[in-house]
Design a protein around this ligand. Structure first.
Ligand code: ZN
Length: 104
């Protein structure tokens, strides 16, 4: 085997030749699907490729265009934003409330 093909970063695919021999073809491994950081479900709308292949894509196809896009799924993003807002309100409720009411 060629030394460059001994690398375990290549995937070996067994192929049967017309003569009946079993040979290995070498393919680059593909990374797994992108997953939500909280619920670990697969994220939709993201490319599944090596980083060099993903970099060739236009920016709009690398990420979902919303906050935490490509990192959290939509339902986890909603819950996370609500949690952050509630925390910030509860932390400064006495001082922030009168100001917000005066402005609005
Ligand atoms: Zn999620």
């Amino acid at each position: 085997m060629k030394p460059s093909r001994r690398s375990r970063s290549l995937k070996r695919v067994a192929k049967r030749t017309p003569g009946g021999r079993l040979v290995f073809h070498f393919r680059k491994k593909r990374p797994g699907y992108a997953k939500c950081a909280i619920c670990k479900r697969e994220l939709h709308g993201l490319p599944r490729g090596r980083s060099s292949e993903v970099r060739r894509l236009p920016r709009s196809r690398r990420r979902v265009s919303r906050p935490y896009g490509g990192y959290l799924c939509s339902s986890c993003m909603r819950a996370e934003i609500k949690r952050l807002v509630r925390e910030s309100l509860s932390g400064t409720a006495e001082t922030a409330r009168p100001q917000a009411g005066g402005e609005g």
